[in-house]
Design a protein around this ligand. Sequence first.
Ligand code: GAL
Length: 423
Amino acid sequence: MKTLKIMTAVFALFGLVCLAGGCGAPPVPELMPVEEETEILPVPDAPEEGVKAGVFYYSFSDTYLAGVRTCLDIALHEAGIPFVNYDAQSSQSVQNGQIDTALSSGINLLIVNVVSAGNTEAATEIIEKARHRNIKVIFFNKPIEGEDEEGTLLNEFDNIAFVGTDASQSGHMQGKMIGEYVRDHYSETDLNGDGVISYALFKGEALNPEAIYRTRYSVEDADAVLEEAGYPHMEYFDPSNYDHFQLDLAGTWSDEAARRYMSANLEEYGVPRGNMIELVICNNDNMAEGAIAALNEYGYNTGMEGSVTIPVFGVDATEYARQLIASGRMTGTIVQDAGKMAEIIAHLAVNASQGKDLMEDAFSSFPGTESHIKNKIIIPYSYYDPEAESTGAGDGTETPDGAEASDEAGASDGAGGEGGADD
Ligand code: GAL
């Protein structure tokens, strides 16, 4: 086996150090430039030219990511990049093991949807593994840095990139959409007529910034719209729950978690008792599906004449959510473009395959994307407009300022079936 030794300036990671001396600031990995002789380990069975990619998903059961996977399988295939998909089944240690196995079997490009989002720990370990082999890493979807430490990794390392969203954008958009809906349908939403809207909220994952911001802004921004219109703030339905949300403890943003919570809620809260939950806010469409399934069990949101519909909101605009909205059983969603995410990842993979910088031509090739962080590319969300979709007047998406999205910033299906070249 050929071992390549090079002299190079590298950044060594000296663990996690709280620079602010325990004052509450997030720990930041301290990056020390050192001259050292780095041994670049050979990659056995790596292709002579180009790359062979390993695509590591946190879970194959996640609906939105199943959509990304379907599109990415096609995009990588069309780009002529051989790849293998891996399902970490929601375990970071399983994913780390899969990466080790892949690296020793000839994979020389890592495309990673980390399991543990919202801190630098998981990504740091993966970057270390790749750095020793001079391999590039494309992270996607789950933020690899916490709420207040953006750029800690992405501004530091050149051989990594992140394809995802501005974690707070969908929360703000969802909040505005909910506030405007409730403002415009106040008396019909206020089922018990007590003047206050009582809501339930389902959170997908504890530490993921996307989940944190959706949970916060869906309520704060809706309340701001209501306040401006002279209405009181919404109230969480269960006064004994100080979190003001119910969490998918497995961190999988699942319909099943929301269905279970909502069924239990409906045991106690209902129209006949005058304490009905009047609005349901979900971190994503899959949870909205689960909440609607539970509501259906109690005769709500069936779409049939006479059935009371509780407004349910999600994010992603999955194919099934679009159908629920079309049949009047769900009220609204925000489009997250699974197809665009796949296309951008494939573009970066082609760059890696051609020995270019990962981010070369990324922003110019995908109008509408942007970033304030060096190696991060942000795909914008858009409002889902069911009328535009049903009349064929557009692709069902609207940009945040209300103008209809162009093809470039528009939606793809957002949901897909199982598939892919699994490991
Ligand atoms: C979000 C998406 C969720 C779930 C999550 C996983 O962006 O809206 O449905 O897929 O990512 O990290």
